[in-house]
Design a protein around this ligand. Structure first.
Ligand code: PEP
Length: 251
C-alpha cells in the first residue's frame, strides 16, 4: 500500500559531468528496481541537466534545501526555482542544516509550508543525537521535531509529505541503527501521526530511514513493517551501491 522510496542525498558532492555519468549508469538499471520510487537530491548546479538526462525515466529529483520565500535573499533558492529546475520534492530539516546552519523547528516549518504551497513534496528529516538517545530523550525529541515541523499542516497535505527518521549518530558514521531500533522509532512516528492527524494519514504516510544505509543492511531495514524506504547519503555517491540499495530484497 505504501510504495517504497529510495532517495539519494549527494550533499555537496558531484560536478555536472559526474552527475551525468551517474545518470547513465542508473537509467538502464531502473527496470530491475520496479515498484520503488527513486529520488535523487543532487547539488543545485546539477539539477537542470539531470532533469534533462533523466527525462524519460522514472527517477525523480529533489532539492536538498530551500528558503521559504522569493526575492531579495542573496544566495538562497526557493521552492519555485527548484520546481522550475525539475524537482518534485525538497529535503527539509536535514540534521546538517539543523546543526551546522542553526535551523530551528519554526524555520523548518516555514520551509515545509512553502514547499507544499508550491505543489512539491516534502521529505522532512527528524532524528535524535547520540546524547539525546543516551539520555532516553529519543521519543521526546522526535515528537518535538514533528510537532514543530508539522505545525499548521492539514491531513490532506500529508499525502505529499514523507518523514525521514535519521538518527544523527548514524549519519555518515557507518554506525547504522539496528533494524529493531529503527523500527521502534518508525512505529513511534506512525503512532504520533495517527494521534496528530488520523489513522488513515498514519497508514498512508511513508516513513523512510536514513543513517549509514548500505547494500548490506538495506534488506534488514526494509523487512521492518514501518520502514518504507531509505534516505541514503554516502552509499548514494557510487552508482553501483545506490543501484544495489534500490534493488533491495533481490540478489
Ligand atoms: C544523510 O545524510 O541523509 C545520510 C543518511 O547520510 P549517510 O547515508 O552517509 O549516513
Amino acid at each position: 500500500m505504501r510504495t517504497p522510496i529510495i532517495a539519494g542525498n549527494w550533499k555537496l558532492n558531484k560536478t555536472i559531468d559526474e552527475a551525468l555519468a551517474f545518470a547513465q549508469d542508473l537509467k538502464p538499471a531502473l527496470s530491475k528496481a520496479a515498484n520503488v520510487e527513486i529520488i535523487l537530491a543532487p547539488p543545485f548546479t546539477a539539477l537542470s541537466v539531470l532533469a534533462e538526462a533523466l527525462n524519460n525515466s522514472s527517477v525523480l529529483l529533489a532539492g536538498q534545501n530551500c528558503y521559504p520565500a522569493q526575492g531579495a535573499f542573496t544566495g538562497e533558492i526557493s521552492p519555485r526555482l527548484l520546481r522550475d529546475a525539475g524537482c518534485v520534492a525538497v529535503i527539509v530539516g536535514h540534521s546538517e542544516r539543523r546543526q551546522l546552519f542553526g535551523e530551528t523547528g519554526e524555520f523548518i516549518n516555514r520551509k515545509v509550508k512553502a514547499v507544499l504551497e508550491e505543489g512539491l513534496r516534502v521529505i522532512l528529516c527528524i532524528g535524535e543525537t547520540l546524547q539525546e538517545r543516551k539520555d532516553n530523550q529519543t521519543f521526546k525529541i522526535l515528537e518535538e521535531q514533528l510537532r514543530k515541523g508539522l505545525a499548521g499542516i492539514d491531513g490532506t497535505s500529508m499525502a505529499r509529505l514523507v518523514v525521514a527518521y535519521e538518527p544523527v549518530w548514524a549519519i555518515g558514521t557507518g554506525q547504522t541503527a539496528s533494524s529493531g531500533q529503527a523500527q521502534e522509532a518508525h512505529r513511534f512516528i506512525r503512532d504520533f501521526l495517527a494521534t496528530h492527524f488520523e489513522q488513515a494519514v498514519a497508514d498512508s504516510t511513508r516513513i523512510i530511514y536514513g543513517g549509514s544505509v548500505t547494500p548490506e543492511n538495506i534488506d534488514g531495514l526494509m523487512a521492518q513493517p514501518d520502514i518504507d524506504g531509505a534516505l541514503v547519503g554516502g552509499a548514494s555517491l557510487q552508482s553501483a551501491s545506490f543501484i544495489q540499495i534500490a534493488r533491495f530484497g533481490r540478489v
